[in-house]
Design a protein around this ligand. Structure first.
Ligand code: ZN
Length: 363
């Protein structure tokens, strides 16, 4: 059996670590192209000044335009060439990070990834989501390698709004269940092999850490302070979930997320928030034991993750609307076919309705 595991070359996490950026840039050269929006750059201005004092490097401001499009990637590639950049530094949320990865890939340069929120497991991955100029999904780009360095400053993440951290917990919540289904089905992971024992253990640890430390971490983030529990949750959201999903595979929960995008009402909700409801549908679809379902439902409820369609802004439930979600979740090539049994649109429709009812029942 062919097994594959991929990961970033280095993962580094700590309070105030951004002020060491110069040291890490100098591992690769002197000229660094910073892919960050002006808002995100302003948020960490102080740390960037400090970083340059500690170890001098030349920072070229890319002034990222907020969307990962082909045009934006092209523009930043030109900037990298014009300034003879040695390394690309992505800083901010998913879109800036994806753009930085793409620029580095096409220019064949090393990339440093600095997430300023922990809202999803994208920072460690070897792929990017590209959008059209109108903000619609265009394509995934898969890269030859994962980032050279993922640099996580816990102090910066603690100062971001808690809703981002909670959304990241929702994304991380799916990792273990999707990994488990992929293993049962002998489905392929993202790099096209079967899961290793290592990746499965990481996915399991991700779930255990969420259950034990989420509430404590949220209390810390609500007050913008770093505690050991917050550090553990940041690691779960970014590293454990990142390794877990990429090297163990995705299944129903993420396909349900994609299906939910058919409903206009859900558009203001984060990826991880929709994935959390996707996890409940995933568990109903595989008829998981009631104890496990109750654990997940009360976990979500305790930290403010959606447990029903109503929690995702969908007030009016009609067969026609939910069938649309089910159909999109079952589109050709979707990861729902990684589940270890046959999938039908009608079956998925039923699981969504029942999951929604279970969520409404939670007090
Ligand atoms: Zn995800």
């Amino acid at each position: 059996m062919k097994k594959v595991l991929i990961s970033p070359l280095k993962y580094l996490q700590g309070n105030s670590e951004l002020s060491n950026l110069g040291i890490y840039v100098r591992d690769f050269g002197y000229n660094a192209l910073l892919v960050a929006s002006s808002d995100d750059e302003k948020r960490v201005e102080q740390q960037l000044v400090e970083a340059n004092k500690k170890e001098n490097f030349n920072m070229i401001h890319g002034d990222f335009k907020e969307e990962c499009t082909k045009k934006e990637i092209e523009r930043l590639r030109r900037k990298s060439v014009e300034n003879d950049c040695d390394v690309i530094v992505g800083l901010g949320g998913g879109k800036a990070l994806d753009t930085a990865k793409a620029v580095a890939h096409f220019e064949n340069k090393p990339v440093i990834i600095i997430p300023t929120i922990a809202s999803s497991d994208a920072p460690c991955s070897s792929l990017a989501v590209v959008y059209t100029e109108n903000g619609e999904f265009e394509e995934y780009i898969f890269f030859k390698k994962n980032p050279d360095l993922v640099l996580v400053d816990t102090g910066i993440i603690a100062k971001a709004p808690s809703r981002f951290l909670v959304a990241g917990m929702g994304d991380a919540l799916s990792t273990y269940f999707e990994a488990r289904s992929c293993r049962e089905a002998y489905a392929n992971n993202i790099p096209g092999g079967k899961s290793t024992l290592a990746a499965l253990a990481v996915a399991e640890l991700c779930y255990e850490t969420l259950l034990s430390d989420s509430l404590k971490a949220l209390a810390a983030c609500d007050n913008n302070v770093v505690t050991p529990a917050l550090e553990n949750i940041i690691e779960s959201n970014i590293l454990l979930s990142g390794l877990g999903f990429e090297s163990s595979g995705l299944a129903a929960a993420h396909a349900i997320h994609n299906g939910l995008t058919a409903l206009e009402e859900t558009h203001n909700y984060f990826h991880g928030e929709k994935v959390a409801f996707g996890v409940i549908v995933h568990l109903v679809l595989e008829n998981a034991p009631i104890e496990e379902l109750n654990t997940v439902l009360s976990y979500c409820k305790s930290i403010g993750l959606p447990v029903s369609l109503r929690d995702l802004g969908v007030e009016e439930i009609t067969r026609e609307k939910i069938m649309k979600v089910a159909e999109l979740a079952c589109a050709e090539g979707e990861t729902i076919y990684n589940m270890p049994f046959d999938i039908t649109v009608e079956g998925v429709y039923g699981a969504i309705i029942a999951a929604h009812q279970l969520g409404l029942n939670v007090k």
